[in-house]
Ligand binder design. Structure first.
Ligand code: NAD
Length: 478
């Protein structure tokens, strides 16, 4: 049975209660995690606070970086075992799980190497004054993460916080948290001092709520739904804490008539089937110039029909959804779209021989979807792609920006001027030109605008997010 990781020790919940860990490919439990309580969260926050005043707080940036680099190496040593665990916990195909573990290690390598490269600055000021700007850790950082990429999310959120000398307390998702727990063992083996990293498992409305409302945290970072993100922002506002929010998206592919159709079609399909569409930056809207709409959408549909959902071991295009509620939600979107008379242009299939209790949904392509339909505006978080035609560049820009979200976008055209114009007109945090990257990109600053959230993760900028700036102004005249 899994336990909380607090002050370098594995501990049970103070209540003794547990939650089942479900395999989405079968719907059956294969382990248990503690159902974290307010008391557990308090214990974890106290452990983090004392680590900051102890050996962890005294390490140099170089020493912190070495520990993280060692974590990366240890993750790679246990790569296959961790990949199997990630696949079982989330249902994702083995090759995707393997990639996710590689990316988790890559975060450790990147931020391990970067830990001692975050410099402050010296500012020219008045005569006889010496001014320096210091980047200092916030202190105890609270991290609330979702279930779609537990291993990658751990790397993306927790590792830069450690690199900058914070002491994270993590509440991973109750639906998938096994690899973050395994990473705690790895952190200990890599020499991370006790209390520098603490993980409390449990439900969002219990352990998550207790963490975001704890009076002794200094910073909150949350990845998940806009609804819960709003609650988290309110909890932070009560104590005027800095809150970083990474929420959902409804990211568009904008395909112009001069695009390389073959190449574009492959990316479009992968961007919605990857992780069964349960990716915040999934490419869920396919916007196609009207004069080539039928031709391009027919090409996508032809290939889309070949997509298959299967078990992790089958290693198909996607796996099952994470749980029964998510399956019901996604099927609801599909049913409602069909009832509204929107045409199904292509349907993938669920592989034969999968367990009947698994949460499988066949990938589905709809089009043309009316611009104001829920399918064109709401995040489905499943393998459902909506095709919509547009008239010209201005119309494409209007349509691409027409949702409440603003996470990422892709522009597919050979016209260089148009590439730049459209990229600059996008209201979002990342734009790809003739490419798409849902998920990875450790080095690339990532985050949203509008309802997709605020603050940036990944890349060097994440180190700055986890630091507060202090200006020291010294008079050194006689
Ligand atoms: P969710 O918001 O339901 O849960 C996310 C986390 O918040 C979980 O750990 C959950 O236990 C916790 N939580 C729930 N209620 C809470 C509360 N009252 N107080 C504190 N914590 C609470 O999201 P989910 O269902 O796990 O993930 C799906 C959503 O997350 C989608 O909308 C998706 O787009 C978004 N997401 C965004 C990104 C991104 O980087 N932008 C990445 C992954 C997922």
């Amino acid at each position: 049975m899994a336990k909380h990781f607090i002050s370098g020790q594995w501990v049970a919940s103070s209540s003794g209660e547990t939650l089942p860990v479900i395999d989405p490919a079968t719907g059956e439990a294969f382990d248990e995690i503690p159902r974290g309580t307010k008391a557990d969260v308090d214990r974890a926050v106290r452990a983090a606070r004392s680590a900051l005043g102890g050996p962890w707080g005294r390490l140099t940036a170089t020493e912190r970086g070495r520990i993280l680099s060692r974590m990366g190496a240890l993750i790679l040593e246990r790569h296959e075992e961790l990949s199997q665990l990630e696949a079982r916990d989330t249902g994702k195909p083995m090759s995707q799980a393997r990639n996710d573990i590689t990316v988790a290690a890559r975060y450790c390598e990147y931020y391990g190497a970067a830990a001692d490269k975050l410099h402050g600055e010296q500012i020219p000021y008045l005569n006889d004054f010496h001014v320096v700007v210091l980047h200092e850790p916030y202190g105890v950082t609270a991290h609330i993460l979702p279930w779609n990429y537990p291993a990658q999310m751990f790397g993306r959120s927790v590792i830069p916080a450690l690199a900058t000398g914070n002491a994270p307390v993590l509440k991973p998702s109750e639906d998938a948290c096994m690899t973050p727990l395994a990473f705690c063992d790895i952190a200990r083996a890599a020499g991370l001092p006790d209390g520098a990293l603490n993980v409390v498992t449990g439900l969002g409305e219990e352990a998550g709520d207790a963490l975001t409302h704890h009076r002794d945290i200094d910073f909150i970072t949350f990845t998940g739904s806009p609804e819960v993100g709003t609650l988290v922002q309110k909890a932070g506002a009560e104590r005027t804490l800095k809150v970083v929010l990474e929420l959902g998206g409804k990211s568009p592919h904008i395909v112009f008539d001069d695009a390389d159709f073959e190449r574009t079609a492959g990316f479009v399909i992968k961007a919605i089937t990857q992780n069964a569409g349960q990716t915040c930056s999934a490419g869920s809207r396919l916007l196609v110039q009207r004069n080539v709409y039928d031709r391009f959408v027919a090409l996508v549909a032809e290939r889309f029909k070949q997509s298959v959902a299967g078990t992790p071991a089958m290693d198909k295009d996607c796996g099952p959804l994470i749980n029964a509620a998510q399956k019901t939600r996604v099927e609801g979107f599909i049913r409602q779209a069909k009832q509204s008379g929107i045409a199904v242009l292509a349907e993938g299939r669920v592989a034969e021989g999968v367990h009947k209790g698994g949460y499988y949904v066949a990938p589905t392509l709809f089009g043309p979807v009316p611009r104001d339909h829920a399918l064109a505006c709401s995040e489905v978080f499943g393998p459902v792609l909506s095709a919509l035609p547009f008239d010209d560049e201005d119309d494409a820009i209007r349509l691409a920006n027409a949702t409440d979200y603003g996470l990422i976008a892709a522009v597919w055209t050979r016209d260089g001027g148009r590439q730049t114009r459209v990229a600059r007109a996008m209201k979002c945090g990342q734009v790809y030109i003739n490419a798409y990257g849902a998920g990875g990109g450790v080095e690339l600053p990532f985050g949203g605008v509008k309802r997709s959230g605020h603050g940036r993760e990944k890349g060097f900028i994440a180190l700055q997010e986890f630091c507060t700036v202090k200006t020291v102004v010294q008079y050194h005249g006689r």
